[in-house]
Design a protein around this ligand. Structure first.
Ligand SMILES: [Zn+2]
Length: 379
């Protein structure tokens, strides 16, 4: 790799603008960021600058053709249990195991994953999304998978001689591993939100499984210790429910769990200053263990906002329930029909830029934060 060494005082915003100078299309505009950290004069010592550090841009024609729009919405799927069943084995609509569609047959879940891939979605980690870091190839859309409760998501069959787990091929992680092997460019990943009983394979097994999971591209988050309705709890109870679960995760996989909570029953839906106890969902100290949450997930109905737009709220991220209802009542089919009808986030392939058509700029206040990214509009 070709590297250079230099020390200089730079204006960060003008430096990023300069990176564009050589490849800027006439119709492509770089918008000065309003992020104060990006416009202040900074003394920066750059020890090594890989030549690949420049931001990748495309022509307006290329953005237009691909429909790039990083202000549009992102599907965060909410699944629960995956059962070893065919769709014909259930009395409910297309692959639902229960009346409300919280649980899915293995046949339907596998078909869901293939369908998202065929529609041009590629998976990414929830924690990266919350950090505003969306790394999906040019022209593709991000897809985020989540599982709540842990039950039947990870079913252990035994252990290989090398210490790796053998999973039931029909459980969620068994199917995810199968799809991962089949589609190397799908970036298969998911976040599993657990309670104190973990995955119910026995505490010792689950501890070993969780270490394997975080080393193999999966994430584990907090679903409270006892699966309680936090909206009904006082501050001390919230601290116990949230803090005890983080403490347990920190013992099992220190520094490798995600500081994100899936709210049981989607409660509370709104935080608000009139309910100060809800602050304990986001920070507190339980038995000497300090914790923070950087985001909270609601239960499901629809797509989530781009993390860059004003409506985005990390305290109540929306999800899509992974179920079938004949294309009605916010099922998978209904949600993806809406997404695919001009509402889906389509990536420019560079996680360090925010690209969208200038026509989306009409209100002038669309950006909540730029996360230090370069903003690019096109006509
Ligand atoms: Zn739950």
């Amino acid at each position: 790799m070709n590297i250079r060494k230099f020390t200089s005082i730079i204006l960060a915003a003008s430096m990023t603008a300069a990176l564009f100078a050589g490849c800027k299309d006439e119709e492509v505009t770089t918008v000065p960021t309003t992020d104060p950290s990006a416009v202040q004069t900074t003394e920066t010592t750059v020890e090594t600058v890989p030549e690949t550090s420049a931001i990748t841009t495309h022509t307006a024609e290329e953005y237009r053709t691909a429909g790039v729009n990083e202000l549009n919405s992102v599907p965060i799927l909410m699944y629960h249990r995956v059962y070893d069943m065919k769709n014909a084995d259930t009395e409910y609509t297309g692959g639902n195991v229960d009346k409300d569609g919280y649980n899915r047959t293995s046949e339907a879940f596998e078909a869901d994953l293939r369908s998202y891939y065929e529609m041009g979605y590629r998976m990414m980690r929830l924690t990266d999304y919350v950090d505003g870091y969306i790394d999906v190839p040019f022209g593709y859309s991000p897809l985020i998978l989540t599982f709540d409760d842990g039950i039947r998501d990870v079913v252990l069959q035994g252990w290989n001689d090398d210490g790796t787990p053998v999973f039931d091929p029909s459980c969620a992680i068994g199917i995810l591993e199968k799809i991962k092997a089949e589609y190397p460019d799908y970036n298969v990943t998911a976040t599993f939100f657990v309670n104190s009983q973990l995955f119910e394979n026995g505490e010792e097994n689950d501890r070993k499984i969780m270490k394997w999971m975080v080393d193999n591209g999966y994430d584990i988050g907090n679903h409270t210790r006892d699966h309680v309705i936090l909206g009904d709890c006082d501050a001390d109870e919230i601290t116990k429910q949230v803090g005890a679960m983080y403490k347990k995760l920190d013992e099992i996989i220190p520094g490798q769990y995600v500081n994100i909570i899936a709210l049981p029953f989607g409660s509370p839906e709104k935080m608000g200053p009139d309910k100060p106890q809800y602050d304990r969902i986001f920070s507190g100290t339980y038995e000497g263990f300090e914790y923070t949450s950087k985001a909270a997930l609601l239960c499901a109905w629809t797509r989530c906002y781009s993390p860059f737009v004003r409506e985005y709220d990390n305290t109540c991220l929306r999800r899509i329930r992974g179920y079938d209802n004949g294309g009605k009542d916010w099922d998978i089919e209904m949600n993806f029909a809406q997404l695919n009808d001009g509402r889906r986030y389509i990536s420019d392939g560079d996680p360090n830029t925010i690209v969208f058509p200038s026509s989306d700029n009409s209100s002038g206040d669309w950006l909540k934060t730029t996360y230090g990214h370069q903003v690019i509009t096109y006509d």
